[in-house]
Design a protein around this ligand. Structure first.
Ligand SMILES: C[S@@+](CC[C@H](N)C(=O)[O-])C[C@H]1O[C@@H](n2cnc3c(N)ncnc32)[C@H](O)[C@@H]1O
Length: 203
């Protein structure tokens, strides 16, 4: 499923005219992964509007890839702080290079497995089904990490436990995730893009 756009009426910055234009921040092999692995601009725009609920909110993208969500969110909602945690170092390097080109000071990328982070350091979260690569034998980003069903379940359990420990009012935007995989105490309050993008708030 692809939601990528070819035009954005609100964008004034040349990088945000279209997904293709934004993707040209990256080398071609990274651009080629975009349709399957990087958040489209229209999804990032809507998710950012939901997540940047208060000024200076700290928003974490769990599995941030080349930083497309964080960078686009910072463009559309510049009053928040965006953090991306990513397990593949070379993707973090591409994210940081794109951040430098855009000159955004309110975006940071962390090279780590998300399991090393304390999610309490953040207010709200974005999640583009990052652990699914463990289940899908095709269209993988690369073969540099270990994949297994066991890892999928371990990461999912760990994420659910951490989200369940967050205070009421915590916001979560998910792309291409089924509701069964989300914490029970996060209530879906809206959706977009034919329900592929879901917005929920912890009660
Ligand atoms: C579908 S991509 C989404 C990238 C980015 N969030 C975006 O929307 O443009 C998922 C990313 O999660 C990363 N990832 C998967 N498991 C992870 C983990 N346990 N810790 C950190 N990153 C992880 C993958 O390396 C991949 O770059």
């Amino acid at each position: 499923m692809s939601f990528e756009t070819t035009a954005s009426s609100s964008a004034t910055d040349k990088w945000f005219i279209s997904d293709a234009q934004f993707n040209s921040l990256y080398p071609e092999p990274i651009q080629a992964l975009s349709k399957t692995h990087w958040t489209p601009l229209n999804a990032a725009k809507e998710a950012a509007r939901f997540l940047a609920a208060e000024k200076s909110a700290r928003i974490l993208d769990i599995g941030s890839g080349v930083g497309k969500f964080c960078l686009a969110a910072a463009h559309y909602q510049p009053d928040a702080f965006y953090y991306g945690v990513e397990q593949r170092k070379y993707l973090v390097d591409h994210a940081e290079a794109a951040r430098l080109t855009l000159g955004y000071e309110n975006v940071s990328f962390i090279h780590a497995n998300f399991t090393a982070l304390d999610l309490k350091a953040y207010h709200h979260f974005y999640f583009y089904n990052s652990f699914y690569e463990n289940l899908a034998p095709i269209n993988r980003i690369d073969e540099t990490v270990e994949y297994s069903n066991e890892l999928y379940h371990r990461y999912t359990r760990r994420l659910l436990l951490q989200l369940e420990a967050m205070p009421g009012g915590t916001r979560l935007a998910t792309l291409c995730c089924s509701e069964e995989d989300m914490p029970a105490d996060f209530h879906v309050v809206g959706s977009s893009l034919d329900d592929y993008l879901k917005f929920s708030i912890k009660i």
